[in-house]
Design a protein around this ligand. Structure first.
Ligand SMILES: [Mn+2]
Length: 321
C-alpha cells in the first residue's frame, strides 16, 4: 500500500514535536550504522534539551558505535506509551526484531531514502540529504536548541558515515557547512573517523580475505560480484559481522560499474548490496525486488539458491548497459 502521509517541512515537524506531551521513543534500523544511531542519539539529546523525555530503542549495537551513547539514551526495550519516531529507516522490514511490535505504531518517520514506504501520520523525507544526520541538524535549528559537543559528535558520525567521509556525489556545500559547525564544538573528529573507517574487527579481516577469493565478473567485467552462502560463513566462523567493507570492494576494480555483494539473510534467502560508480541507478534496480536505497548504493532481498540469485540480479543489471 502506498504511504498516505503527507511530507511535512522541518518547521512543521518541529512544531509537532514541541506540542507532543508523550515521551519520545526513537527507532533505529536493524544492523545499525552510524547514521541511524548518530541521528537517533542526537535527536534524543535535542528533545531532552527541549524539556522532553526521549530514548532510543536499539538491538545489538556494535562496540565501535558505543561512543554515540555517552548520554545513556539507548534502551533495549520500552513499555511506556510513546510518540514513536523512526530515523533512517526506509521500510518496516528494516525494523528487524522490532517490526511486529512497531511497524504500525510509528507516528513520524525522518529519512533520506528514496522510496521510503513507512506508514505513519507525519513524514519528514528529504532524499537529497546525504545523511539522516543532516535532517536532524536542521530540526535542531528549527527547535531552537543550541548545539553541544555530544550532539555534534553524534551528528558528525552520522554525516561522515553516510557520505563515505564526504566523498559521495550526494554531498552538498551545505553538508560541509554543517560539518564545520559540528567541528567547532571541538569534537575529536579524527578519532570518530578512525572508529568508523580505519578500525576493523578480526571478522572483517577474515571476511575480506575470503571475499577476494570469491570475486566473479560478468558483462565484460562491468559487473563484479561476491556471493557468500551459509556454509562458507560457517567454515570461517563468521557469525555476526559488518559487510560494509565487502560491499564496497567489487566496484573498486577499474572498469567495474556495478559491484554486488550477496550473503544469506535470516529467512533462508539472500540479502544483496549493490554499489554503482557512475550511471547505473541501483536504487531503481533494488526497488524491483522490494528493496531500495540511493542512486549509487542500495539493497534488497531475493529468495532462491545462491546461483539463482546471482543469475537473476546479473540479468537485471545487464539491462542497464
Ligand atoms: Mn542513512
Amino acid at each position: 500500500m502506498m504511504n498516505q502521509s503527507i511530507n511535512k517541512t522541518v518547521e512543521q515537524i518541529a512544531a509537532v514535536l514541541k506540542q507532543s506531551e508523550k515521551p519520545f521513543l526513537i527507532l533505529t534500523h536493524t544492523h545499525p550504522d552510524a547514521d541511524t544511531l548518530g541521528s537517533a542519539s542526537a535527536l534524543a539529546q535535542i528533545l531532552k534539551k527541549c524539556g522532553k523525555k526521549a530514548k532510543v530503542l536499539t538491538g545489538n549495537v556494535p562496540a565501535r558505535y558505543m561512543f554515540l551513547d555517552k548520554n545513556k539514551v539507548f534502551v533495549k526495550e520500552s513499555k511506556e506509551d510513546c510518540f514513536i519516531i523512526s530515523v533512517d529507516i526506509a521500510s518496516p522490514k528494516l525494523l528487524g526484531d522490532f517490526e511486529t511490535e512497531y511497524s504500525d505504531k510509528i507516528n513520524l518517520t525522518i529519512d533520506h531514502h528514496m522510496g521510503n514506504n513507512i506508514e505513519c501520520e507525519y513524514k519528514l523525507l528529504m532524499s537529497d540529504r546525504v545523511a539522516c544526520g543532516e535532517i536532524i541538524y536542521e530540526l535542531m535549528i528549527a527547535l531552537g536548541v543550541d548545539l553541544d559537543s555530544e550532539i555534534a559528535e553524534a551528528l558528525y558520525a552520522a554525516i561522515v558515515s553516510d557520505s563515505g567521509g564526504f566523498k559521495y556525489s550526494s554531498v552538498r556545500p551545505q553538508t560541509h557547512i554543517i560539518a564545520a559547525q559540528l567541528i567547532e564544538q571541538r569534537i575529536d573528529f579524527a578519532e570518530i573517523n578512525r572508529l568508523l573507517f580505519d578500525m576493523k574487527t578480526k571478522e572483517q579481516f577474515t571476511i575480506s580475505k575470503l571475499a577476494y577469493t570469491l570475486l566473479e565478473f560478468f558483462s565484460d567485467e562491468k559487473i563484479a560480484l561476491i556471493g557468500f552462502n551459509d556454509e562458507m560463513l560457517k567454515e570461517h566462523n563468521i557469525v555476526e559481522t559488518e559487510f560494509s567493507d565487502v560491499a564496497q570492494l567489487p566496484r573498486q576494480l577499474e572498469g567495474v560499474e556495478v559491484g554486488i555483494l550477496i550473503r544469506p539473510d535470516s529467512n533462508g534467502g539472500y540479502k544483496l548490496s549493490l554499489r554503482s560508480n557512475k550511471f547505473v541507478n541501483v536504487a531503481e534496480i533494488c526497488n524491483i525486488f522490494g528493496g531500495g536505497g540511493h542512486y549509487h548504493a542500495a539493497g534488497c532481498n531475493i529468495s532462491g539458491s545462491l546461483e539463482d540469485v546471482k543469475s537473476v540480479i546479473v540479468k537485471e543489471v545487464e539491462k542497464r548497459f
